[in-house]
Write a protein that binds this ligand. Sequence first.
Ligand SMILES: [Zn+2]
Length: 450
Amino acid sequence: MMGGNQRWYCRLFVMVSCLTIFVTTPVLAQTDDDGDGERFLRLWTFVRDSFEYPASQTKDLNRALALRKRMVEELQSESFKSISVQQQQGVHIWEALRNEGNVLKQLGRYKEAADAYLQAQSEYTKYGSKPPRDCRIEVAQIYVEGKMYDEATKTFDELIASGDSQQKKLARIGLVDIHEKQGKRGPTGEKEEEKTFLQTCKFVKESLEYPAVEAQSHGEFERALALRKRAVEELTAITYQSKSIQDSQYFDVYSNVSAQVDILKSLRRAEEGIQAYTQATDMRDKHFGQTTDRRRAIGGIYAACGMVDKAIEKYEDVAKSDKVLERYGAHIALSQTYLDQKNLKLAEKQLTDMLDDKQIKESPRLLRGCRVWLQNYYARQKRAEDEKRMLALLDDRHCPKCGSDKNVIRIVYGRSTCGSSASTEEVEQGGCCWAVEAPGWRCKTDQVTF
Ligand SMILES: [Zn+2]
């Protein structure tokens, strides 16, 4: 259980770092004068040393629970103006409440444990924007553990109605589980076929997929590969009649074959990796009735396996494609490959060549992407003048359609919607994730982003 927590901690750390880098840097600069950052660090250090550390050390669950509860109280006791500090505070409270839930679970106090998880979710929403993950599946599983089947069924039903596809599937598996535990037949109207499929999924997930992820994270690639291959065998052992089951089956098989590609890259077995990639892509193309250009991905497998010449050959082939997105991707891949080879001249040429490509120049998104890549490249080479020139171009807010900069607003990414910003500039929320090609501005006259 500790392992799981630590993993989440790392992911959170990455997430918070991303938020800080891309979004809150200017805000932080303005409010740091109040010493929020330093004050929070003092609070956190105190909480960590006085409660967190002893709670994780003690074997006495009741004492651990008391410490965890105190931890939450202490973390909530101060308030901060800086948005980025508020977010850090939210993450720590979220984590602390979930840990409290874990202790309650171990004590067999399942209802309270589920409540702690739910509270963690709502607390996080208060401080940050969207919680790092939806905890409802975990809450339902706590209910199952505590034999609170009605509550569990209700939560699973909710997830089937409103969750994403992964949550829906886990919820269906959960329902099958409850029915088994209660010694009933499948849910009303459920076909035998669906039940068989869901039981297979449950077995594959628990005995093969989770252990495969674990093995891969410990660098046991051969074992991970064998588990993934077994998963494909198990999932394809039965032919189903229902179309919707066939669709789910396709998705599960596809994800297990794709996972093999990554493992084979780590094992530096290019030809087998390409074989698995081709198998997965054939499946996907057949499923969606499309054809994927595979050359760039194959180049990527060669590159990951250290076969640079073969990778470059593939990429150069794609760089001649008549599809602008393929060309763009190939140039970026070539530039990165040359950079890894320390061939600076060719790395730069790949990026500057794109600026002469008519179709790329005419696409605000791709043009912006090129400039960001170039700016990063100049920054890495410490070419300050060139970097400044690129930054000026990136910061140019003249609309490509009307040529004016009068009715243009900045698009920001990842900023939490709560709390007041120190800036009075009108901005647009651009979603939580930032990508290289993401537009930086919107012209309100033409409703175009660039
Ligand atoms: Zn305009």
